[in-house]
Ligand binder design. Structure first.
Ligand SMILES: Cc1cc2nc3c(=O)[nH]c(=O)nc-3n(C[C@H](O)[C@H](O)[C@H](O)COP(=O)(O)O)c2cc1C
Length: 200
């Protein structure tokens, strides 16, 4: 079995929702074992409560060391000023030991993201995230245009060849659309298909 980890951070639940769509897609591929986990919150509890953060997320918390146990890791993060969230950055910054031992070399890495606004940095978040994966020697996988919804122009919609995305609106009121969840699921299935071929 190829072991796949969907690892995310989400403050208000948009990336969380995308994570489960990615996992559903990955699970649809035979010969894979899929786990959803999240990285630790860094905001103090009272600050998170005041910010109306979604505090009932059920995914267990991952440890940096356990990344070595998977064949493919699909990372999800909200955008913060055009880049990944500090919670995810902090988690990755604890993988220096794995890097020193080359533990992630040859594994598949893939990223999905969420912004508030249409041009708020989806691609910059995904592409700058890829840098860390490449430093680890991971094989970076995105979303090929075999997913036809990447070409959708009739609606405000996330979804890029670098990874699935959604838009939350500035007040968080918008939820991932069916198309965005579909692209996320496609990404999960695409990574899982490659992981099954390489590691199954
Ligand atoms: C400090 C901060 C910085 C942010 N920077 C951006 C940004 O650069 N572009 C953008 O479109 N949204 C930005 N956002 C909005 C978040 O990306 C949005 O809340 C997130 O995608 C929602 O996902 P979540 O519910 O999983 O946390 C920012 C939010 C915060 C709190």
């Amino acid at each position: 079995m190829a072991k796949i980890l969907v690892l995310y951070y989400s403050t208000w639940g948009h990336v969380e929702k995308m994570a489960y769509a990615v996992a559903d897609g990955a699970k649809s591929v035979a010969g894979t074992e899929v786990v959803v986990k999240r990285v630790p919150e860094l905001m103090p509890r009272d600050v998170a409560e005041k910010a109306y953060a979604k505090l009932d997320q059920e995914a267990p918390i991952a440890t940096p060391e356990e990344l070595a146990d998977y064949d493919a890791i699909i990372f999800g993060t909200p955008t913060r000023f055009g880049m990944m969230a500090a919670q995810m950055r902090n988690f990755l910054d604890q993988t220096g030991g794995l890097w020193a031992q080359g533990k992630l070399i040859g594994k598949i890495g893939s990223v999905f993201a969420s912004t508030a606004t249409q041009h708020g940095g989806q691609e910059s978040t995904l592409l700058s995230f890829h840098t860390s994966l490449l430093h680890h020697g991971m094989v970076v996988v995105g979303v090929p245009y075999a997913e036809p919804r990447l070409g959708e122009l009739g609606a405000v919609q996330g979804g890029t060849p670098y990874g699935a995305t959604t838009l939350s609106a500035s007040d968080g009121s918008r939820q991932p659309s069916e198309a965005e969840l579909g692209i996320a699921s496609f990404q999960g299935a695409h990574v899982a298909t490659l992981a099954a071929k390489l590691f199954g």
